[in-house]
Design a protein around this ligand. Structure first.
Ligand code: FRU
Length: 506
């Protein structure tokens, strides 16, 4: 490890022109706070995608992200940076990495971070284009590292530290990315997404004694033609004594209500055979059944909780309104646990300390009520739990972010046992995917929906985290209405809190 070099990382002279330019740009072009979500991470300006380097460093939680400050479109990837003590109140830090070396000049792609001897170690994918003999260009991806103090980072002289050459024969050099690093028993390990010779995804496991010299250990898992093609953004961790592998496959085919077409984020629960360095698992499940969720990454907190954060957007849907200063945000960080083979996810408990103005209702709704508003139940930055307790209804609907022009619907169809998000009337000007359903089940005749909203999104957690659905809503903030309706009778309870919004994020 090139520790000597970290001494100089605070010095301005160490900053490359491209990084300095990005830092200056983000300082000068910050989007106004009111135009951004209150507590979901966005960039100061420009485009973001995957969460990167989500890690505990010197008592604070750091989050980096794929970042193109100069426009609301994807471009040469930088790493943006912010940190938090409680996952809700975030502080921006200066842009951490710029694509400014020969080995990463086409982009600093996704990666992760770990704390080592008081230093913050980043591992990321360097993207480079090279000219072939016939004059055409080919992209290749390698793994690189940087070390820093929580604000400034220096790329290692040894970069790139892993080349695709060390993968099994036939593996692609163009699709080899998104290392997730961790430390275990005094060694560093990393799982990295890779594309097999037959065009299917595989996860490569590497290890290192010092964080610089890496060796290939095994192919931990491969998709054998199932679950899409390239597996992006792997994460591999122990949860409740089981082993979990998270991957984000490209080019999946829809299967029932479980998977949709294109990019999905899925998980496998299984066991890790340490001797053979392979992962034994069964079927995959979707992580989030909403319209906007991709590339999740997790960390372990100081008190032992596994927290996941994801990009709340998808590659296929671009909802960013013209003229918006920012594009893309993260989900609310979620606490994970397992219930058998099922991943349970709920907003971090810290969110509850931001609850204000409790409003409670217990009502009997009938078809004749039409769309019913309840006193004090409205808003766009809130935490609301609706329990459907009894009744003879077949369809129950909640309209969120509603006014005379727009609304985002949550529809529970009891016969089909589905919950559907529908944002057809949510201010879109392109014919994009607006409807997605998930299978849900009543528990003792009840369905519980926790809905967390933050200006431009609604995240729904069903039955205490059994199913999650995340959806971006880019409508006018004046659309604050919430309406309940059903086609029979329904006994419901509603508990709603505003979430403190002012001065929260950045
Ligand atoms: C996933 C992804 C990663 C890559 C990054 C590039 O969304 O495609 O595989 O590292 O985005 O921005």
């Amino acid at each position: 490890m090139n520790n000597g070099k970290t001494e100089g990382i605070m010095e301005k002279t160490e900053l490359t022109a491209r990084l300095e330019q990005a830092r200056q740009y983000e300082r000068q072009h910050q989007t106004a706070a009111q135009e951004r979500p209150a507590f979901h991470v966005t960039a100061p300006v420009g485009w973001i995608n995957d969460p990167n380097g989500f890690s505990l460093f010197q008592g604070e939680y750091h989050l980096f992200y794929q970042y193109h400050p100069y426009s609301s479109l994807w471009g040469p990837m930088h790493w943006g940076h912010c940190k938090t003590k409680d996952f809700i109140r975030w502080t921006w830090l200066p842009c951490a990495l710029a694509p400014d070396e020969a080995y990463d000049g086409q982009g600093c792609f996704s990666g992760s971070a770990v704390e080592q001897d008081g230093k913050h170690l980043l591992m990321y994918t360097g993207v480079r284009e090279r000219e072939k003999e016939d004059g055409t260009k080919e992209v290749f991806q390698t793994q690189c590292m940087a070390v820093g103090d929580g604000t400034d980072y220096v790329k290692l002289q040894e970069n790139p530290v892993i080349l695709a050459d060390s993968l099994p024969e036939g593996s692609s050099a163009a699709d080899f990315r998104d290392p997730k690093i961790w430390r275990e028993d005094g060694r560093f390990y990393a799982v990295i997404g890779s594309l097999d010779g037959d065009g299917s995804g595989q996860i490569a496991l590497f290890s290192s004694a010092d964080g610089t010299g890496w060796s290939f250990e095994s192919i931990l898992d491969r998709n054998q033609g199932r679950y899409g093609k390239m597996w992006e953004c792997p994460d591999f961790f122990t949860l409740d004594s089981r082993q979990v592998l998270i991957v984000s496959p490209q080019f999946m085919r829809a299967e029932g209500l479980e998977f949709h077409n294109g990019n999905n984020s899925i998980y496998f629960v299984g066991s890790y055979e340490k001797e053979k360095k392979c992962f034994l698992r069964k079927e995959a499940r979707q992580i989030d059944y909403g319209l906007d969720f991709y590339a999740p990454q997790t960390l372990e907190t100081a008190d032992g909780r596994r927290i996941m954060i994801a990009w709340m957007k998808s590659w296929d849907n671009d909802l960013t309104p013209e003229g918006a200063g920012w594009s893309g945000m993260m989900t609310v960080p979620r606490e994970l646990r397992l219930d058998g083979e099922r991943l349970i996810q709920n907003p971090v408990r810290e969110l509850e300390t931001y609850r204000r103005n409790e409003v409670r209702h217990a009502v009997r709704l009938t078809r004749e009520d039409g769309e019913k508003a309840l006193d004090g139940i409205s808003g766009r930055v809130l935490d609301m739990t609706v329990e459907l307790k009894a009744g003879d209804y077949e369809v129950f609907q909640i309209a969120l972010a509603a006014d005379s022009d727009s609304r985002t619907l949550l529809v529970y169809d009891r016969k089909r046992a589905t919950l559907t998000t529908d944002r057809t009337w949510s201010g879109l000007r392109k014919d994009q995917v607006c409807v997605r359903s998930a299978a849900v089940r009543e528990r003792e005749g009840k369905l519980k929906l926790r809905i967390v909203m933050d200006r431009f999104s609604a995240e729904v957690f069903v039955n205490d985290g059994e199913t999650a659905m995340s959806t971006v809503i880019h409508t006018d903030q004046k659309a604050q209405g919430i309406f309940f309706s059903c086609d029979g009778t329904a006994e419901i309870s509603v508990v709603k809190y505003d979430l403190e919004a002012e001065g929260l994020t950045f």
